[in-house]
Design a protein around this ligand. Structure first.
Ligand SMILES: [Zn+2]
Length: 281
């Protein structure tokens, strides 16, 4: 439990002070047990008894999680007015209602997150390390499948908890890619991509004699041959090259590993030039 010296860290707003009975201190209810309340205060967590004055007939008046209560000694003497409340009607009774949680600023509808991933739909999460991506994966599964790790105490930054990219099949049918903390991500959508739109050029290139053919002056280049015999429009070919280069750049941006491989490839290329200048001339 972290100590907070500033009540605003617990959600306290100064306008609530007017509602505070004299001689009491504010505390926020963190847990409601039978006959006992766990509360968070500026001094940390403590347990207090709920006074009889906190309850009335309605059932809506008892302290709920999130409530601010006025505490005197070990007794909660009042529930401060709520700014909002989650109210649930109790099954089997028509009029009775129960406050589930009070003073909410934001409601995160995790059912809605699941709805974003209907059966057969693939999603990925993007966010810095330590924001809770793995916890969300676990929540969507209803069991712990991703290692969440803990936030480092010394600098508050998240440990790198996800070390590999994983595709998870969710119980509801969707698929979710659990990614390591990605800093730069460019979504490369291949459905309208180079290979689809330029299937003819891609097929020609696959027929070149050399696998790494640059389609310039290499012998046995099927692309050059097709341009020569007029079956391939040179403008179409240069558009394909441009798109290929762009797709290549995108991939490099997405994948740091590809970037490292590209660096290594260039390094060995330059070494080859230094060592065998005649062969490459
Ligand atoms: Zn070629």
């Amino acid at each position: 439990m972290h100590l907070v010296t500033d009540l605003s860290a617990l959600g306290w707003t100064p306008d609530r002070a007017a509602e505070l009975p004299a001689g009491s201190v504010p505390a926020r209810v963190s847990r409601v047990d039978r006959g006992r309340l766990s509360v968070l205060t500026a001094d940390g967590e403590s347990r207090v008894h709920p006074g009889a004055a906190l309850y009335d007939e309605s059932g809506l008046s008892g302290p709920a999680v999130g409530d601010w209560v006025a505490v005197r000694g070990e007794l909660a003497v009042a529930v401060l007015p709520r700014t909002s409340a989650f109210v649930r009607t109790v099954a089997g009774r028509t009029s009775a209602a129960q406050v589930v949680a009070a003073n909410l600023d934001t409601v995160l509808v995790v059912d809605a997150v699941r709805a974003l991933l209907p059966p057969g739909h693939t999603g990925a999460m993007v966010g810095p390390s330590g924001v809770g991506k793995s916890s969300l994966v676990n929540a969507l599964f209803g069991e712990a499948i991703a290692d969440t790790g803990e936030i480092r105490e010394n600098d508050g930054r998240g440990r790198h908890t996800t070390t590999a990219r994983e595709l998870h099949l969710l119980p509801g049918g969707g698929l979710l890619v659990d990614t390591p903390g990605m800093r730069e991500l460019a979504l490369y959508d291949d459905t309208e991509g180079v290979d689809t739109a330029y299937a003819d050029v891609t097929a020609l290139a696959a027929d070149c004699r050399f696998r790494d053919c640059q389609h310039r002056t290499e012998p046995g280049c099927a692309v050059a041959a097709a341009i020569d015999d007029g079956s391939l429009d040179p403008a179409r070919y240069s558009a394909w090259r441009k798109l290929q280069a762009e797709a290549h750049r995108q991939l490099l941006r997405v994948d740091a590993r590809a970037r490292a491989a590209e660096k290594a490839r260039l390094r060995s290329f330059h070494r080859a030039i230094r060592e065998q200048p005649n062969r490459l001339r």
